[in-house]
Write a protein that binds this ligand. Structure first.
Ligand SMILES: Cc1cc2nc3c(=O)[nH]c(=O)nc-3n(C[C@H](O)[C@H](O)[C@H](O)COP(=O)(O)OP(=O)(O)OC[C@H]3O[C@@H](n4cnc5c(N)ncnc54)[C@H](O)[C@@H]3O)c2cc1C
Length: 477
């Protein structure tokens, strides 16, 4: 049956499902098309983020962090727990239950907000028509005043290491190992590689991370990447930089990985190999030949600052468009587009999208790095405060890392904040809010923070921008 909607969203990841909910909240007749089905043939909502990305990886990171603490960090508190064991299938089952609850939650939100779910593969036809082919091959065509494309991304494969779902896996396989691999190779020292590498290293895998670039986490502020590399090496992650994988050979249950580095040709034998070299926009089958939507040379759908494609009334959001491939970026674009469709003025602060790596300690940052400011010739001041000087961090026995705030030398306006620390992912929100409101470092310095909290490190870093930190001796300038 064909129906007419105000808005049809294609894809129910964090970009698409949020856009659909917002559009329905605004009173627009909304449908969301999703092709993913479970083994039981039920629609799977939530996209990469809820099913094989953000949430399951964090579930495993939390389980393994607890395991590691029980094993190595309890004795200092005087707690002895005897032999600590982990049952990997139970850990993975817990992760799967969280995923199930959340994806069912999205189905509930669709129902509660009146979003029509159209199970099937959506294709944009000319004239803002959407063809939906369901799991049984039945085709229907629906009309919409507006279409939002939100088909997301998939893992990049590289020819030297073809994923086979067994010995060589991508992010999906690495979330579902049934036992801890004795030797684990990871190709790519990016967010996903470091998070998944950390999960299995904590459970006892010998983890080698091969990174083709010579610099570690080159997008991060240089202080963050230096500190992170030091900490991760101490934790036992064997990160090899400038290591370019040239081939793999599978021998029974083992994989031999060949790579070149500054010393020439090298090889490494592992039990499992995770390929985590990045993600690419996924638009296969999304657009009919005459749909009119333009895709750029890197495969992203071309959009303006407000996610408008080249076709009036057709928008694209999330991982299929420019900008960081992050769930919160996708969701905020979804909200913005729904608001624009409803006729509201809406825009997003693309310069203030926070990034996080959920290792322990976490790495989080927003705004400009020192390298960027130097390259742009901007004069700046830096305030830094180590968690080793924070009473709360000491009480929690979690003192690695620091907060670093960078402010404009002339105006004191905050230009960037970079954190390595146990709660960096949550602390960075303070800097994002401050920067959204155009705060100066002094604004934060004059704000009252509860004591004792790790947030006080943000306060102290802001004070340190003008050499007024209280709980460290300030550098003479
Ligand atoms: C291991 C891992 C960890 C991550 N951790 C984080 C994190 O901690 N924080 C963070 O912000 N981001 C994280 N990400 C990235 C995050 O998952 C993505 O940025 C986010 O999911 C993108 O949302 P999206 O809505 O654009 O696309 P997706 O989540 O990819 O959803 C797209 C949906 O569209 C559906 N679809 C595609 N084509 C069609 C079609 N033609 N018809 C119907 N349906 C279609 C797909 O089935 C899918 O459900 C992680 C990713 C991975 C892989």
């Amino acid at each position: 049956m064909s129906e007419k909607f105000d808005v049809i969203v294609i894809g129910a990841g964090p970009g698409g499902y949020v856009a659909a909910i917002r559009a329905a909240q605004l009173g627009l007749k909304t449908a969301c098309v999703e092709k993913w089905v479970s083994d039981e043939g039920k629609p799977v909502l939530g996209g990469t983020c809820l099913n094989v990305g953000c949430i399951p990886s964090k579930a495993l990171l939390d389980s393994t962090h607890k395991y590691e603490e029980a094993k190595h960090a309890f004795d200092v508190h005087g707690i002895s727990v005897g032999e600590v064991n982990i049952d990997v299938p139970t850990m993975v089952k817990r992760k799967n239950n969280i995923v199930k609850n959340l994806t069912q939650g999205v189905a509930g939100l669709f129902k509660g907000n009146g979003v029509t779910l159209l199970q099937g593969t959506g294709k944009l036809l000319a004239g803002k028509k959407v063809e939906v082919t369901d799991k049984d091959g039945k085709v229907s065509v629906h009309e919409a005043a507006n279409v939002i494309l939100a088909s997301g991304s998939v893992a990049v494969n590289i020819p030297p290491a073809p994923v086979n779902g067994d010995t060589i896996v991508d992010n999906i396989g690495a979330l579902d190992f049934t036992e801890t691999p004795k030797r684990l190779g990871v190709i790519g020292a990016g967010v996903i590689g470091l998070e998944l590498g950390s999960v299995w290293r904590r459970l006892g895998s010998e983890v080698v991370v091969l990174e083709a670039m010579n610099d570690f986490l080159s997008l991060c502020d240089v202080d963050v990447s230096k500190e992170a590399l030091k900490i991760m090496k101490k934790q036992g992650l064997d990160v090899r930089l400038g290591a370019r994988v040239t081939g793999t050979e599978i021998n029974g249950k083992e994989v031999t990985v060949k790579y070149t580095d500054s010393n020439g040709e090298q090889s490494l034998v592992v039990d499992k190999l995770v390929v985590a070299v990045g993600r690419r926009p996924y638009t296969e089958g999304l657009l009919a030949g005459d749909a009119g939507v333009v895709i750029d040379e890197r495969g992203f759908i071309k959009v303006d600052d407000q996610c408008r494609t080249s076709v009036p009334g057709v928008y694209a959001i999330g991982d299929i468009v420019r900008g960081p491939m992050l769930a919160h970026k996708a969701s905020e674009e979804g909200v913005m587009v729904a608001d624009i469709i409803q006729g509201h003025k809406a825009q997003m602060s693309y310069d203030l999208i926070p990034s996080v790596i959920y290792t322990h300690p976490e790495l989080a940052w927003v705004g400009k790095t020192e390298q960027q400011l130097k390259a742009q010739g901007v004069k700046y001041k830096v305030g830094k405060f180590p968690f080793a000087a924070s009473g709360r961090a000491m009480a929690a026995n979690d003192t690695e890392g620091f907060v670093k705030i960078i402010a404009d030398e002339a105006t004191d306006r905050i230009l960037g904040c970079h954190i390595v620390g146990g709660h960096a992912a949550d602390l960075i929100a303070q800097a994002v809010i401050a920067m959204e409101f155009g705060s100066s470092a002094e604004d934060i310095a004059l704000t009252v923070f509860a004591h004792p909290t790790v947030s006080e490190a943000v306060h102290e870093a802001a004070l340190a921008v003008d050499n007024h930190a209280i709980h460290i001796v300030n550098r003479k300038r």
